[in-house]
Design a protein around this ligand. Structure first.
Ligand code: GUN
Length: 297
């Protein structure tokens, strides 16, 4: 059966937003400011290697300065801390990103808290978490929920007064997603329900969602019968599942059973090509915001 849902194209919206950002990057360059991003990868997680490469490529294409620093998986916390201190003091670097997950030797929270909050383009430092929670626009919004919010705004999905159900409560996606949906202004003013792995009868909540945002990290967790007819479905999941018919031996699926959900939803994001390209776009936005705020504190 041919599905009815409109596809929300993250590649197209991301490209439009990067074109819009080019104007601001050019204006900063006239003032001799080139926004700079440092990306740190510790260890050899294969998915992280792909993401880090994509972030560097996106900086190159946008004309941003970037450094990718790769450290071995037995790097000590002290070594990472001294690198962060050097980057905090480096005037060419406006944004610092430590790719997660970190190897077990390193306490992620201690590392993330060592980044100067003014350079914390991931928005994971408690100072930025707090600013985002109270709607202070100088805070950095974590790139993935920031990208989801932009997808909603730019596809004309009205969040004001809508019931948004967020499935997942991670610090990277679920929790900041709730904060953004609750803010006043475009892409905000929603009524928000949060569900997670311990929610009982989760389908009772998902079926009430006008906007269903799924970031629970379980392949094809949300089935068609869990979606309200006419809902907008945003699938944040990126899961590798074994597929011997593919050259790499795996394929990517989201947290939503796409073929089923698209029969029921009014609009839906594909995986890949939905939220993913927006995440990198918003990282570029945050790096430019960091450079702008550094120049005008
Ligand atoms: N790992 C998965 N998502 C993210 C992200 O948004 N930022 C960082 N630093 N690591 C991640």
């Amino acid at each position: 059966m041919q599905g009815g849902a409109r596809l929300i194209d993250g590649n197209a919206i991301g490209a439009t937003m990067r074109a819009e950002l080019a104007g601001e990057i050019a204006a900063l360059k006239k003032k001799s400011i080139v926004p700079g991003l440092a990306v740190i990868l510790v260890g050899d997680n294969p998915a992280s290697q792909v993401y880090v490469r994509m972030k560097g490529k996106a900086c190159d294409e946008a004309g941003l300065y970037h450094e990718t620093i790769k450290l071995p998986k037995d790097t000590t916390e002290a070594d990472l801390m001294s690198l962060l201190e050097r980057l905090n003091a480096n005037p060419k670097i406006h944004g610092i990103l430590v790719q997660l997950p970190l190897p077990k030797l390193i306490d992620s929270n201690r590392a993330l808290h060592r980044i100067d909050p003014r350079k914390d383009v991931d928005g994971f430092h408690p100072e930025n978490v707090g600013k985002v929670a109270v709607g202070d626009p100088t805070g950095f919004r974590p790139a993935t929920p920031y990208g989801v919010q932009q997808l909603l705004i730019r596809t004309g999905v009205e969040t004001k007064g809508a019931h948004a159900v967020v499935v997942g409560r991670s610090n990277i996606v679920g929790r900041p997603m709730v904060a953004l949906l609750l803010q006043d202004g475009p892409g905000g003013n929603a009524t928000v329900t949060v569900c997670h792995s311990r929610t009982r009868s989760i389908e009772l909540y998902t079926r009430q969602a006008d906007i269903l945002i799924v970031a629970i990290g379980k392949p094809e967790f949300v089935t068609g019968d869990m979606v309200k007819p006419g809902a907008v479905v945003i699938d944040v999941g990126v899961n590798r599942v074994d597929d011997p018919t593919r050259k790499q031996g795996y394929r990517l699926v989201g947290d939503v059973k796409f073929q089923e959900a698209k029969q029921v939803a009014a609009a839906i994001t594909p995986v890949p090509g939905g939220v993913g390209p927006m995440t990198i776009t918003m990282l570029l936005y945050n790096t430019v915001q960091a450079a702008r705020q550094w120049a005008n504190p």
